[in-house]
Design a protein around this ligand. Structure first.
Ligand code: FES
Length: 204
């Protein structure tokens, strides 16, 4: 008979706040009895949020203990998904999409521009002032507006050029308001404004 054992999780001093505990229990309740491990990504995300944007061994052990999982199983999930950060990040996490549409439209140059402007030595690194972390991630679902990057959890900046990518980073550094969405001025994913042609115009 195969016996699997693992060390007992030790979460140090980390524990969910009562509010996050209620949220965690709500996520777990979405899954059938005995399948609480299915909520692991939700709980990791909660732990990360409570821990200031990244997780360490304490948070992994806490989630493992909460869900009665082996810590290594929780670590496997945490290390697979790029939205879970296993090292501390800068205040602004610039995540440059490098998948097909963005790559074909110049994501390599966008990454390079971000590294230069943010003062980050290499992908995955953080600037000395602690303001920026620059990394590359896979498709963020805004392919029609490639190339693009996401800042922290929510803001998409699309239709980037190296110049507009740098401008966004400069504005973040200076604490100025930054428009999310297309940086070229087009609405949603309509055709580019310059040289726009439509079937109707061509027929006329
Ligand atoms: S390929 Fe970059 S958003 Fe999809």
């Amino acid at each position: 008979m195969k016996v699997t054992s693992y060390r007992a999780p030790d979460s140090g001093g980390f524990a969910f706040t009562p509010e996050n505990q209620a949220k965690a229990d709500g996520y777990i309740a979405r899954y059938p009895e005995g399948r609480q491990a299915s909520a692991v990504l939700w709980l990791l995300y909660l732990a990360q949020d409570q821990n200031g944007g990244s997780i360490g061994q304490d948070q992994i052990d806490y989630v493992a203990s909460y869900l009665e999982m082996a810590p290594i199983r929780v670590h496997e999930v945490a290390s697979f998904f790029t939205m879970i950060n296993e090292q501390p990040l800068g205040r602004h996490h610039i995540q440059v999409c490098r998948t097909t549409s963005c790559w074909l439209r110049g994501s390599d140059a966008i990454s390079q521009a971000c590294l230069e402007e943010a003062g980050v030595a290499k992908l995955g690194g953080t600037s000395d002032d602690g303001l920026f972390t620059v990394s590359e991630v896979e498709c963020l679902g805004a392919c029609a507006n490639a190339p693009m990057f996401q800042v922290n959890d929510r803001n998409y900046h699309e239709d980037l050029t190296p110049e507009t990518a740098k401008a966004v980073i400069r504005a973040l550094r200076e604490g100025k308001a930054v428009e999310s969405g297309s940086q070229s001025g087009r609405v949603s994913s309509e055709p580019p404004r310059e040289g726009r042609r439509t079937l109707l115009a061509d027929a006329g």
